[in-house]
Design a binder for this molecule. Structure first.
Ligand SMILES: Cc1ncc(COP(=O)(O)O)c(C=O)c1O
Length: 258
């Protein structure tokens, strides 16, 4: 049984995808073309937050979130070991230490009973994962984080489209992060990801880090990266997004739970 049938999915949306992609080939604004802003507006509306910032991958998005929060050497970030490598990898990449909190057997997600005991004076952020489309109890986790003055980043790479108490994954914490890897819930045809927040200052900072640390040409006040999302991939997602709710409800194109 195939994990996800991307060929069948493409055939269903082929006309819209081809049209959108050809528009990019014609206008030739391949880097940060108009499809990027159009997609970011649509994604922010879908998640129900003020800002969506598309990026080159779900790994870059996590790293950008940590950098924007000033996480660095000497800091600890609470997360889980039962996830894709990126979640812990990015903590190491910014020079901080991942502190693994155990998961609970029913959901494979962070065990919220164990979080508070793992917090130390060095803890700088919480990075829970919403694994296999299931979200930990974010109301409770946000309350724990607030008690300790800590920011929460949801790694929603596997849960885009999921909801909890009427709120969508990626819109339930200070920063939400997702991936558009082809097999992810909303997949493009290459690598991609996005960040979500209601915080204006953080949004500006994350946009700047995505683009070599600056928003004005040749001004680079921050240490950044080339983390931009590809315009052709944005065109693919603009064609697919209108069908995403239907896909989530019907488990479309998926051979099995992933
Ligand atoms: C939980 C989790 N976090 C992060 C990532 C990283 O996303 P990407 O492959 O787009 O870098 C993935 C998927 O690969 C993932 O499953």
């Amino acid at each position: 049984m195939e994990f996800i049938d991307l060929k069948q999915q493409y055939r269903r949306y082929q006309a819209a995808i081809d049209t959108r992609v050809h528009q990019v080939l014609e206008h030739a604004h391949f880097i940060m073309g108009p499809e990027i802003a159009e997609l970011e507006t649509a994604l922010a509306r879908y998640v129900g937050v003020k800002h969506a910032i598309t990026v080159a991958s779900g790994t870059d998005s996590l790293e950008i979130a940590l950098r924007a929060l000033g996480v660095g050497p000497g800091d600890e970030v609470l997360t889980v070991a039962f996830t894709w490598i990126s979640t812990a990898e990015v903590i190491g990449l910014v020079g901080a230490k991942p502190v693994f909190v155990d998961i609970e057997p029913a959901t494979f997600n962070l065990n919220l009973d164990l979080v508070e005991a793992a917090i130390t004076p060095r803890t700088k952020a919480l990075l829970p994962v919403s694994l296999f489309g299931q979200m930990p109890d974010y109301e409770r986790l946000n309350a724990i984080a607030a008690r300790h003055g800590l920011p929460v980043i949801e790694d929603g790479a596997q849960s885009f489209g999921a909801t909890q108490q009427g709120r969508r994954s990626c819109g339930v914490t200070l920063i939400g992060s997702t991936s558009f890897f082809p097999a992810k819930p909303l997949g493009c045809y290459g690598d991609g990801g996005a960040l979500f927040t209601n915080d204006d200052a953080l949004a500006e900072k994350m946009k700047a880090i995505r683009t070599h640390g600056g928003l004005k040409r040749h001004h680079h006040p921050l240490l950044g990266m080339n983390g931009r999302f590809d315009t052709i991939q944005a065109a693919v997602l603009l064609a697919k997004l209108p069908h995403f709710e239907w896909e989530c409800r019907n488990g479309a194109y998926r051979g099995a739970l992933y």
